[in-house]
Ligand binder design. Structure first.
Ligand code: 3PG
Ligand code: CO
Length: 576
């Protein structure tokens, strides 16, 4: 039968303290002025690179290597951490929705049948991120769903859009709205009453995560459900172009608006008898709205009116909470992750990260008292994504989650150092305590500040991240441990949109276009430390290696062979 027991590695010892450091949004790209990692002083990461090719190499962090549909799909934190933790490549939400739409199976599922019940009497509402970023949602999937639903009887459809500018260029919202409007017009020509009903920028309306700021979700609720917003427009194009000009909001932060008819009445509040689908496949930024839509008992904000609706998610966002209860496509089933194996083999783990919003999560043994414990979340990136989208503990007696509130209410270009120092200190202390075999951290600066598009601030962010790495490596030096330093996807290494030749792309006014999104770049991985057995080096026969190869590598460094179905290890032990 199945056993969690891992075979001993024939050459590598157990019991070394391993620091597993993930730099968020830290890719490798040509050195130029738009490469903030290159521009920043990063002596620690630079010195690791000198270990190439035996102790430093690049791994793939985008596209098929992390379970995304195509090689044009940039990496992201969800799929990156999934791959790092699971050691295998799973078809991810984006891909699963593509397949379900392509085969038409999405329309045969329980979720679609459920929302279809309203088609005769009510309105079908689609809420989600409007872009082709492919991180949380995709426009072409929305287009197919609109077509499919209307062909299957939806007579009245309202779309509630969230503008992006984070996974795609700022300003691109206008084009996406135009495309959507064309589609809706075509539906109207077929006699279907289809319109955009409300909108707002993703970072200001609806798409908060980890229960950091419920007012974001409330703003969306007021517009989508109640039909109330500070701004009212006759069309979404007008809304987006006007709000970008005055109050000069960018796509990420557009204020909420509703579309009204000639008499000034909102065209699409959500009412009893309607159906709602949240079209994002990625969970973290849809979970809060899902709770507001689904839970009878709900006290995060005053919903004022709670319509009796049939609600389904594009995917189920939380398998533990069964949230939402109904969904159009089943999420990837990520099983037997490396964290679970290691816990079952007695490896003691400490994990700490700033969540990509405002919190630091730490995972510690119960006897290791950290003083910080605040309300908010039950799960976070480091555990949830790393452990295969699982918010619970593997072995509760060995694990504890602790979280520290970070700077809130700001965009991170204002505070680019974020909590890097604090993460470094926590990790250092955990290492020096010698209570842990693995100390796992995520350092978010290059990603979170990179997303703001502020190049100068991103340079500061990269330097701060490098300093945190140094603190951790110094501690590893002291205890005779091993380090593994890598990243989940690229971001700060390229801050400009480029043409096919790789040259910065200029807009009509001749200005460069800032890239706020992640990239397609590979990420570095470095190994080292005094505890590393002599002769351990990167193999040269895994040139296509990606993030999913890291789990087996780390298991080896803990003294174990990886399970046979894991992606192969990146290391070998040379005979000296
Ligand atoms: C976000 O949700 O902030 C971005 O869309 C993706 O960033 P992340 O994958 O690094 O969280
Ligand atoms: Co990011």
């Amino acid at each position: 039968g199945f056993s969690w027991k891992l075979a001993d590695h024939p050459k590598l010892p157990k019991g070394k303290t391993i620091a597993m450091i993930v730099l968020d949004g830290w890719g490798e790209a040509n050195p130029d002025q738009y490469n903030c990692i290159h521009v920043a002083q990063t002596p620690t990461m630079d010195s690791l690179k000198e270990g190439a090719p035996e102790k430093w190499r690049l791994v793939r962090a985008h596209g098929k290597a992390v379970g995304l549909p195509t090689e044009d799909d940039m990496g992201n934190s969800e799929v990156g951490h999934n791959a790092l933790g699971a050691g295998r490549i799973y078809a991810q939400g984006a891909k699963l929705v593509d397949l379900a739409l392509e085969s038409g199976k999405i329309y045969d599922g329980e979720g679609f049948k459920y929302i279809k019940e309203c088609f005769n009497i009510g309105t079908l509402h689609l809420i989600g991120l409007l872009s082709d970023g492919g991180v949380h949602s995709r426009l072409d999937q929305l287009q197919l769903l609109l077509k499919g639903a209307s062909e299957r009887g939806a007579k009245r459809i309202r779309v509630h859009i969230l503008t992006d500018g984070r996974d795609v260029l700022d300003g691109s919202s206008v084009g996406f709205v135009e495309t959507l409007e064309e589609d809706l017009k075509a539906l109207r020509a077929k006699g279907i009453d289809a319109q955009i009903a409300s909108g707002g920028g993703r970072m200001y309306v609806t798409m908060d995560r980890y229960e950091n700021d419920w007012s974001v979700v409330k703003r969306g609720w007021d517009a989508q459900v109640l039909g109330e917003a500070p701004y009212k427009f006759k069309s979404a194009i007008e809304a987006v172009t006007t709000l970008r000009a005055e109050p000069k909001a960018n796509d990420q932060y557009l204020p909420p608006f509703v579309i009204v008819d000639d008499s000034g009445k909102p065209v699409g509040p959500i009412v009893d008898g309607d159906s709602v689908v949240t079209i994002n496949f990625r969970a973290d930024r849809m979970t809060m709205l899902a709770k507001a839509l689904e839970y009878e008992d709900f006290d995060k904000f005053d919903r004022v009116r709670v319509p009796k609706i049939k609600y389904a998610g594009m995917l189920q966002y939380d398998g533990e909470l069964k949230l939402p209860n109904k969904y159009l496509v089943s999420p990837p089933e990520i099983e037997r992750t490396s964290g679970e194996y290691l816990v079952h083999n007695g490896v003691r783990t400490f994990a700490c990260r700033v969540n990509s919003k405002h919190l630091i999560f730490c995972r510690v043994l119960p006897n290791n008292h950290l003083l910080f414990n605040s309300e908010t979340v039950k799960f976070g990136h480091v555990t949830f994504f790393w452990n295969g989208n699982r918010s619970g503990y593997f072995k509760e007696e060995m694990e504890e989650y602790v979280e520290i509130p970070s700077d809130s209410g700001i965009t991170f270009n204002v505070q680019p150092k974020m909590k890097a120092l604090e993460i470094g200190e926590k990790a250092r202390d955990a290492i020096l305590s010698r209570k842990f075999d693995q100390v796992r951290v995520n350092i978010p600066n290059s990603d979170m500040v990179g997303h703001t598009g502020d190049i100068d601030a991103t340079v500061v962010a990269c330097k701060a991240a490098d300093e945190a790495v140094k603190m951790i490596l110094d501690a590893i030096e002291q205890v005779g441990g091993i380090y593994v330093v890598t990243a989940d996807h690229g971001n700060a290494e390229d801050m400009v949109k480029r043409n096919k030749k790789g040259e910065p792309l200029l807009d009509k006014a001749g200005k460069i276009q800032i890239l706020t999104s992640h990239t397609l770049q590979p990420v570095p991985i470095a190994i080292g430390g005094p505890g590393l057995t002599p002769g351990v080096r990167f193999r040269n026969d895994v040139p296509e290696g990606g993030l999913a190869n890291v789990a087996a590598t780390v298991m080896n460094l803990h003294g174990y062979e990886a399970p046979s179905d894991y992606e192969t290890t990146l290391i070998e032990v040379a005979d000296n």
